[in-house]
Each structure stands twice: as C-alpha cells, then as structure tokens.
Design a protein around this ligand. Structure first.
Ligand code: SF4
Length: 181
C-alpha cells in the first residue's frame, strides 16, 4: 500500500477504534483494499503481434523489470490473465484470434494499445491491416510511438493503475446482476 493510501486510511477518526486497539488496527475502505490488490497483481497475457512486442518483452526483462509493479507473471492462458497488451500491427488475419483471446479473459480485464500500429494502423494504411484496436475490442490505455520504449509502457501501467484505483465495487460492471443497467 502506498504512503498516500496508508495516510488516507489513517484519517479515519481514532474515536472509532477502542483505545487499546488504536496502535494495532488499520481502518480502510473495501474499495481501497480491493483496488490495491488488483493493481499489484495484474497479470498480462503473453501476446505480441510485431516489433512493438520486443519493447514489451524488454520492459519485463531485468533492466526495466515491470515485475516491480506486481506484474511479473505473464500468462500464456487468457483465462488466468487480466491485462491484454496489444503490441504490434493487427492484420485482419489475426483479428479473430485477438477477439477470441479477449473474450476468453475473465472480468475484470483491461487492455493497452501499444504503438502507432495498434492505436491507428500506423503507417500501414492498407487493406490487410486493422486501423486501430478499438475497432475490435475496448481499449483502456492508448500508448503512441513507433515503437514506444519500455519506459513508456511502464508509464502506461501506472496510468492503468490510476484508472483501476478509481473504480468502486459498487459501480463496476462485472458485479451487476444480469439485466441491470
Ligand atoms: S508501431 Fe512501429 S514498432 Fe510498433 S509494430 Fe508498428 S511499425 Fe512496429
């Protein structure tokens, strides 16, 4: 838990806690703990499409080590993953596989469109290339560049963590009952 979050948890009036427990109890909200746990255990799916994938791999290797953010288990199975980093040119031939993998991931799940090709088709304005991942699946974070460096991907992770930190169990779509708006 970050210092800011710990400070936030300690702002609860001490009168709520019996005196003999004040040095041992930590009060916080369900949202804070839930989002903190999700941010620090986000598991990306092992999935790369083109040159941007090499930058993604470098971001996970020893020099940049995105495992520091609690993301150090890239899974080869979509059913155990909650983050899809779409890194590279999406051809129409690969589009059905991309959609299938996304559909196999359980909620809550997130996606990062990494690189110009994924964001908008990049320089490949051609019949063979999808002109942006958003044509296929929902995109949470757009990361421009050709290619974006590993530092940029780590910055995208921090933005994603910020987004997750603002969600509430009361309003997130995956806890809604069927038919509920
Ligand atoms: S954005 Fe650049 S580096 Fe990334 S897949 Fe496209 S051409 Fe390759």
């Amino acid at each position: 838990m970050s210092e800011r979050e710990i400070h936030h948890t300690l702002t609860v009036p001490e009168t709520l806690v019996p005196e003999d427990l004040q040095r041992n109890a930590l009060l916080t909200s369900v949202d804070s703990v839930y989002n903190w746990a999700r941010r620090r255990s986000m598991w990306p799916l092992t999935f790369g499409l083109a040159c941007c994938a090499l930058e993604m791999i470098a971001a996970g290797a020893a020099r940049y080590d995105y495992g520091r953010l609690g993301m150090d288990i890239p899974f080869s199975s979509p059913r155990q993953s909650d983050l899809l980093i779409i890194s590279g040119t999406i051809t129409h031939k690969m589009a059905p596989q991309l959609i299938r993998l996304w559909n196999q991931m359980p909620e809550p799940k997130y996606s990062i469109a990494m690189g110009a090709c994924t964001v908008s088709g990049g320089t490949f304005d051609s019949y063979a290339v999808v002109q942006g991942a958003a044509e296929l699946i929902p995109v949470d974070i757009y990361l421009p560049g050709c290619p974006p460096r590993p530092e940029a991907l780590i910055y995208a992770f921090t933005k994603l963590h910020e987004m997750v930190g603002q969600q509430s169990v009361k309003t997130v779509s995956w806890y809604r009952k069927e038919g509920e708006a």
